[in-house]
Design a protein around this ligand. Structure first.
Ligand code: ADP
Length: 344
């Protein structure tokens, strides 16, 4: 198994500017309608986070985590995602349900790198709603109040700059694995031989070489999820939204997919939002962990994480990693119900 590339400094100063592709259509699994992929630089910058962080440093990091609503100077290049006081309520009157309450955060567009944000919190705290608002997908989008900006523009609808890997594997049942993975490229007008070549590469990356001629119904849930991941990643969206993408996978395959995600993240400059129920996965993958709480769904803390330099199974044995996970678990357990005055 390959070792991770050292990770750039996640707090590097913002420089330069970036072109923003037009938001025209969503990239959501193989049914996506989208446009030629954004070309990314593979150059990284900044210094490496130390994997040998001492427990006391971990504690300091956890306790000094930035406020979700923290604001910086006006950016020289548009932020990747900005939420300003975003609320989402489903339904009306006595049946109204507050899914998200007053969520604010910023993901900056750092030069030549992306950020991997993991989101943890109890079921029903609004993790999927948050992702789907970024994706511009109804009925979660639009928010009831507040502002959502992607690359400096107000989100109006889904776009090819955002790709969602959902909990449900959005595959086309009448297409083979190969055709499913290639489908988005077909819609982009990529030639048959080119798209099938690329699709085969992605099928290999997700470990499904033997399955390219099979149909979704012939695959396990975990295999279908890997096809859905490949079908989204092949389109190289600038913002990758992953809603518990590895939840259905066996532990060994899950580790392999985590490795793949890290590898891709290092190669591209994409921003990734990944919802997970696994604290270990959140800490291993995340540059920042968004900690959410429920009743009402809200963002309670943002934790910066040093990036491990080793494969997952080694990282997980390091004292700093164990301490960080325990601290996060404690924070998850501490989170209490609704503040007064908010109807849940
Ligand atoms: P999570 O992903 O953290 O489990 P969700 O974002 O799926 O949470 O849901 C947050 C809250 O919003 C839950 O109470 C859920 O029941 C509610 N909710 C989500 N989607 C809808 C919907 N389409 N209609 C009504 N309520 C919804």
């Amino acid at each position: 198994m390959s070792e991770h590339t050292p990770t750039p400094n996640k707090t590097a100063p913002i420089e330069g500017s970036t072109a923003v592709p037009p938001a025209e259509a969503a990239v959501v699994g193989p049914q996506a309608v989208s446009h030629p992929p954004h070309t990314h630089s593979t150059e990284n910058s900044g210094h490496e986070s130390s994997p040998e962080t001492k427990p006391q440093e971990v504690k300091a990091r956890v306790s000094s985590a930035e406020s979700p609503a923290s604001e910086t100077k006006p950016p020289e290049r548009p932020h990747v995602v900005v939420f300003k006081n975003v609320c989402k309520t489903f339904g009306n009157g006595s049946g109204a349900k507050v899914a998200l309450h007053d969520i604010s955060f910023t993901v900056e567009d750092l030069p030549n790198i992306g950020e991997l944000v993991t989101i943890v919190g109890p079921s029903g705290c609004g993790k999927s709603t948050l992702l789907r608002i970024i994706a511009g997908l109804k009925p979660h989008f639009p928010p009831t109040s507040g502002e959502v900006h992607v690359f400096g523009k107000s989100v109006e609808e889904p776009g090819p700059d955002r790709g969602l890997v959902d909990q449900k594997y959005s595959l086309l049942p009448h297409l083979t694995v190969l055709e499913n993975v290639a489908f988005g490229l077909k819609l982009r007008g990529v030639s048959r031989s080119e798209r099938l070549d690329q699709a085969r590469e992605w099928i290999t990356k997700v470990g499904l070489d033997e399955c390219e001629r099979k149909y979704p119904s012939e695959l396990s849930g975990g295999m279908q999820q890997r096809v859905a991941i490949a079908a989204t990643l092949i389109l190289q969206p600038r913002i990758l939204l992953m809603d518990e993408p590895f939840g259905a996978l066996d532990p060994g395959i899950r580790l392999r997919m985590q490795e793949l995600l890290i590898q891709l993240w290092n190669e591209k400059e994409e921003t990734v939002f990944l919802v997970t129920h696994s604290v270990e996965e959140a800490v291993y993958l995340g540059d920042r962990v968004f900690l959410m709480a429920s009743k009402p769904g809200r963002l309670v803390e943002v934790l910066k994480v040093p990036r491990p330099a080793e494969p997952p199974e080694e990282s997980r044995r390091k004292p700093w990693f164990i301490d960080f996970c325990q601290a996060l678990l404690r924070r998850l357990e501490e989170e209490s119900p609704a503040p007064p005055g908010v109807k849940v």
